[in-house]
Ligand binder design. Structure first.
Ligand SMILES: NC(=O)C1=CN([C@@H]2O[C@H](COP(=O)(O)OP(=O)(O)OC[C@H]3O[C@@H](n4cnc5c(N)ncnc54)[C@H](OP(=O)(O)O)[C@@H]3O)[C@@H](O)[C@H]2O)C=CC1
Ligand SMILES: O=C(OP(=O)(O)O)[C@H](O)COP(=O)(O)O
Length: 339
């Protein structure tokens, strides 16, 4: 059994913790929190051993009547691998602790690519993570682009990818985020960090990305244009190619899903935990071929698409399964793949 610690139990961390408990080859050693809020209580209610991320705050948990299993250092020491899902920049501060206990660490997309030995996407570069001490699971948007571009590159070759990312301003729980009533080029200069980030997975891929932020919380939306080296005659061929990928969902026209709102409604209706959509959601009718150019729209659920990738990264780092085995096991246990 792979003993997994989760340090940073927020949007990403709590989802990764839940996914780890579903894996037959993994055991959740515990999760670390800085304070005794509702998430701490829920973790305890779920039976997850709770550790204090900051030693000086142990008394806050005691005062709140929440039993602790120990401190984060004990958690890291007891684990075979730690998933750091702390806010951007805190992972970098934690690196020395993981090194002190010789525990391999997975970081999230908010950390710099320079922090780690390997940036990771299961479909893109699974094998490169084996034996690495520090691995970064790339951000939600970069995950969405990597999953899409991997099969397209393999089948047709990518001459040039151009993507405009219309990004949600904040997650539903991030009440302090904006914009509230605006549409921002963000960043206003090119490229946004996503293109260079995709190049941490596919170093030779030619890609330009433009980022925007809008007053929405549900999902990101990408407008994708890829000039292919060897384009197929018909878009149906591309649809068939994408439909074979378990983490790409081609939204059928019959579903009458016109945006992120209905996608989330669909996720709740089919019983997805927290309304999560782990798959890229690609509008089937948008997949078009114009000469050598492929066009499509996809929506990315920022809170959850990196979760199966974190599970695969755990196995990849420890060399516990090959890409196909790991992705299949993760998909089956989590229920990845939409009808
Ligand atoms: N949300 C998103 O859309 C996505 C985020 N990411 C990346 O994932 C990472 C985490 O983001 P996200 O989950 O959204 O962030 P959240 O803020 O939702 O969760 C992080 C949690 O870490 C806890 N925390 C803060 N400081 C520490 C500390 N020193 N030690 C341990 N825990 C701490 C906080 O909880 P508390 O203080 O209550 O313990 C906080 O809730 C970032 O790198 C982000 O860029 C990647 C893909 C998508
Ligand atoms: O990694 C994300 O998006 P990004 O790839 O646009 O940076 C997540 O949605 C978090 O973005 P945030 O930094 O706006 O919270």
């Amino acid at each position: 059994m792979i003993r997994v610690a989760v340090n940073g139990y927020g949007t990403i961390g709590k989802r990764v913790a839940d996914a780890v408990t579903l894996q037959p080859d993994m055991e959740l050693v515990g999760v670390a929190k800085t304070r005794p809020n509702h998430e701490a209580e829920t973790a305890v209610r779920k039976g997850y051993p709770l550790y204090a991320a900051i030693e000086d705050r142990v008394h806050l948990f005691e005062e709140a009547g929440i039993e602790l299993a120990g401190t984060v250092e004990e958690l890291v020491e007891a684990a075979d691998v730690v998933v750091d899902a702390c806010p951007s920049g805190i992972g970098a501060e934690n690196k020395a602790m993981y090194e002190a206990y010789d525990t391999p660490a997975l970081y999230q997309g908010g950390e710099s690519a320079d922090l780690v030995d390997v940036s990771f996407n299961a479909r893109g570069n699974y094998d490169e993570a084996e034996g690495a001490d520090h691995v970064r699971v790339v951000s939600c948007n970069t995950t969405g682009l990597s999953r899409l571009l991997a099969p397209v590159e393999e089948a047709y070759g990518v001459e040039k990818a151009r993507v405009t990312l219309v990004r949600r301003g904040g997650d539903p729980g991030q009440t302090g985020r904006g914009p509230i009533n605006d549409i921002l080029p963000n960043p206003v200069t090119l490229p946004s960090h996503h293109g260079p980030d995709v190049n941490t997975i596919f170093p030779d891929l030619d890609i330009d990305t433009l980022g925007m932020k809008v007053p929405a919380t549900l999902m990101h939306t990408h407008s994708v244009n890829v000039t292919l080296e060897d384009a197929p005659d018909a878009a149906d061929e591309v649809r068939d190619l994408l439909a074979e990928e378990s983490r790409l969902f081609l939204i059928p026209e019959r579903h009458d899903i016109d945006g992120a709102g209905k996608l989330k409604e669909y996720a709740y209706d089919i019983g997805r935990p927290r309304g999560d959509l782990w798959e890229n959601c690609i509008w089937e009718e948008s997949v078009s071929i114009e000469g050598d150019d492929l066009y499509l729209f996809q929506a990315i659920h920022q809170e959850s698409d990196v979760v199966p990738e974190n599970v695969d990264a755990i196995r990849a780092v420890l060399g516990e399964a090959d890409r196909g085995e790991s992705m299949a096991r993760t998909d089956e246990t989590m229920g990845v793949g939409l009808p």
